[in-house]
Write a protein that binds this ligand. Structure first.
Ligand SMILES: [Zn+2]
Length: 379
């Protein structure tokens, strides 16, 4: 009878383990969307292209829409260092960290393998080719952005910088980062009206929008990620949403673009509005009255960008600002936020507010993202 109980118990435990493993697996995989590049997926999950290749045994950069990719480290990483606990041996630590005694001795030439002291700190990670970066925190920085830019995980960043608590970063303080890339590779140079773009990323297709012309859809890495993050935020709250129409961003190298005066430095995008009626599931670029705007979805999009300080300007007709303003208030925006975010209820000539009037913007919003912190010549 005791045997029966034990057996029943182990079945329950097995079932529990299986459930956990399954949950983790879902969190670790990503289904490739049409047109999505490996580099964009890597940046989204703060990992490197190299890691994605390794975890998915990919040879080159070729991936297919619908393909399921492992996007997080398959094994929980202990960290760069290991603090020796009472009674631990070097061989035991080697096994735990999936390495060899020889490698640990190489990384820690000063230790006596026979006599590990409790509390002693050993290097256990092989940083390989990674660059050591002492990154100085700039105004407006946050941890996720720094992690994404250096293609490391948030967990790694926290482990390397144990003094950082929560998301609180002190301006001017230094973070230690071990990265395979010196910085985000894309660069916005000069001004939106007179500038260019280097190492541009291309906006991939996405279930949340329809992309008119991929050849005119280049931006900084940050612009590309933030557009998708914003639309993802809408889809998360409203899974049944029509697609927006995304028109021009920038040319591959930036610079002058037909039909636009700005759009030169990879930070601008023209995008249709969510509307009460979007025929065939795509919201067209047509002139709207305030009653035509789907303020709930539109605000969900703008709010995602505004709350994380990713946009510096949103141009749209003054008449369409009111329904958005009221939705923002319903959703709990503070007086200070409303004042900073909206030109409305001030007049269309007022020069304050991120959301601001501009002629001929009754059929689309022109969104300008902020300069990436690392792009020194971005204006
Ligand atoms: Zn525009």
């Amino acid at each position: 009878m005791a045997g029966g109980v034990r057996q029943a118990l182990s079945i329950v435990l097995l079932a529990a383990c299986a459930a956990t493993a399954h949950a983790q697996e879902d969190d670790r995989t990503w289904r490739v969307r049409p047109g999505e590049a490996l580099s964009v997926i890597a940046a989204r999950f703060s990992v490197t292209v190299e890691e994605l290749r390794e975890w998915n045994t990919l040879e080159g950069d070729r991936i297919l829409p619908g393909q399921e990719l492992v996007v997080r480290e398959p094994d929980a990483e202990e960290g760069l260092t290991h603090r020796v606990a009472r009674g631990e041996t070097l061989s035991g630590i080697a096994v735990d960290h999936d390495t060899t005694i020889e490698r640990l001795q190489e990384l820690n030439p000063d230790i006596d393998p026979e006599r590990l002291r409790e509390g002693q700190v050993l290097r256990v990670d092989d940083l390989g080719e990674r660059l050591r970066i002492d990154y100085v925190v700039r105004r407006g920085d946050n941890l996720s952005r720094i992690a994404a830019r250096h293609r490391v995980t948030l967990e790694q960043l926290r482990r390397w910088n144990p003094r950082v608590r929560g998301d609180d970063l002190r301006f001017g303080s230094t973070l230690r980062i071990y990265s395979e890339v010196p910085a985000s590779t894309s660069e916005s140079i000069g001004r939106p009206h007179h500038g260019r773009l280097a190492n541009a990323e291309q906006l991939p297709q996405h279930p949340g929008y329809y992309l008119r012309d991929r050849r005119r859809a280049y931006g900084t890495l940050e612009t590309i990620l933030w557009i998708q993050d914003g639309v993802d935020a809408v889809l998360q709250r409203f899974p049944e949403s029509p697609q927006l129409r995304v028109h021009d961003l920038s040319n591959r190298e930036g610079g002058r673009m037909r039909d636009h005066r700005s759009h030169q430095s990879g930070r601008d995008v023209d995008i249709s509005f969510y509307q009460a009626r979007c025929p065939n599931g795509i919201c067209p670029m047509r002139n709207l009255g305030p009653e035509d705007l789907d303020a709930e979805r539109q605000w969900a999009l703008f709010e995602a960008w505004l709350k994380s300080d990713q946009v510096e300007l949103i141009l749209m007709d003054h008449s369409l600002q009111r329904p958005l303003y009221e939705e923002a208030r319903r959703r709990g925006a503070t007086r200070a936020q409303l004042e900073r975010w909206f030109q409305y209820p001030r007049s269309r000539h007022d020069r304050q507010g991120i959301i601001r009037h501009y002629p001929r913007h009754r059929n689309h919003a022109h969104v300008r993202f902020v300069c990436p912190d690392t792009d020194e010549s971005c204006r």
